[in-house]
Design a protein around this ligand. Structure first.
Ligand code: NAP
Ligand code: GLV
Length: 326
């Protein structure tokens, strides 16, 4: 019997929706020998027949009243917005996007930001705008300790890339793996856990790079207290979620010179409002939530493989733990 699958998302426009539908349809065809129907809207078939949903942060309520729904597959890596929908069916497993190509894109953005902070390239851009010729002291990579918050798919890949480029890297994660449960998340970098581990690592970091998921525990973590624990003039790179940062605290730290420069890809309100101080602040570089975008060329097959696992009764990959929020 063909499987009915709903595609639901907040896509930029109709063209993006059509592009995703075509890529997913092509990936689902070989993955589901029993056939499938990919639905772009509710109402095309009876709600009772929809078995799976592929979603990209759909408007709240989109997945209500689907009694046969057995899997929600997110096209986004971060599921904070999806899980914030109080109407999300409670018993249905949620899987998130994990795509090695996306991890690599994140590592590229992180490496660019850390290199630019390390070699003063943001300062040189400001100097160019002012017509000023002023070479800066040249630091070595091994003189710039980087602390990465989060050591999962993104944080782990970023940490490895930075370490390979000569930076002393420390990662902070929730907990060490249980004995016998496998290796530490990242080989060749230092790993710390919990509030004590974080405090010590902050004091030694020249760059703080955030790749945590947004959960009740991590919301607002990057606040005045945390920023004050960094050495004066340290750099901040936030590539995770805007709500990790208390904006007023960061702006105060930038104005006071406690933070030398911030690279921000994500914001509490997106798009960043036109009158936000970040746009004009000389020590802030703004990216439009583009650090690592889901790429249909690889992600469609990854989503389809999970739907095929559902159809065949095999384990679903990359399940989200709803209790912890990631
Ligand atoms: P992930 O694989 O789930 O990794 C999350 C990491 O954060 C894990 O190492 C986890 O620790 C750690 N963590 C979670 N809660 C923590 C806490 N309270 N204290 C300390 N560490 C904690 O997630 P991911 O795939 O790397 O993605 C991370 C985030 O990146 C996403 O949630 C999303 O918000 C963001 N993102 C942004 C973009 C962009 O374009 N800007 C693109 C994709 C993703 P354990 O290892 O101990 O569990
Ligand atoms: C992007 O921010 C994602 O979570 O995929």
């Amino acid at each position: 019997m063909p499987m009915n699958i709903l595609l639901a998302g907040s896509f930029d426009d109709e063209a993006e929706h059509r592009q995703w539908a075509a890529a997913l349809d092509a990936a689902l065809r070989p993955a589901l020998p029993g056939g499938h129907r990919l639905l772009s809207a509710r109402g095309e078939v009876p709600d009772e027949t929809i078995a799976a949903a592929i979603v990209a942060n759909p408007p709240p309520g989109s997945l209500q009243g689907l009694p046969q729904l057995r899997l929600i597959q997110s096209l986004w890596a971060g599921v904070d917005r999806l899980l914030a929908d109080a109407t999300l069916p409670p018993g249905v497993p949620v899987a998130r996007m994990v795509d090695p190509m996306m991890n690599e894109a994140m590592a590229e953005t992180a490496l660019w930001a850390v290199l630019a902070l390390h070699r003063g390239f943001f300062t040189y851009a400001r100097q160019q705008a002012a017509g000023r010729w002023q070479p800066l002291a040249q630091r070595r990579a091994d003189e710039l300790p980087v602390l990465v918050l989060g050591a999962g798919q993104m944080g782990g890949t970023v940490a490895r890339r930075l370490a390979a480029n000569g930076y002393p890297v420390t990662v902070w994660r929730r907990q060490a793996p249980a004995a016998g449960a496998g290796q530490a998340a990242v080989n060749a970098v230092h790993e710390v856990h919990g509030p004590d581990g974080l405090g010590t690592a902050l004091a030694g970091a020249q760059v703080l790079l955030n790749l945590l998921p947004l959960t009740p525990e991590t919301r607002g973590l990057i606040n005045a207290r945390l920023l004050a624990a960094l050495p004066r003039g340290a750099g901040l790179v936030n590539l995770a979620r805007g709500a990790h940062v208390l904006d007023a605290d960061l702006l105060a730290a930038l104005d006071a010179g406690q933070i030398g420069h911030a690279v921000l890809d994500v914001f509490s309100t997106e798009p960043l409002p036109a009158d936000h101080r970040y746009w004009q602040h000389p020590q802030v570089s703004v990216l439009p939530h583009a650090a690592a975008m889901t790429d249909a060329r690889t992600a469609a097959a990854i989503a389809a493989a999970n739907i095929a696992a559902l159809a065949a009764g095999r384990p679903i990959a990359n399940l989200v733990q709803r209790a912890t929020g990631y």
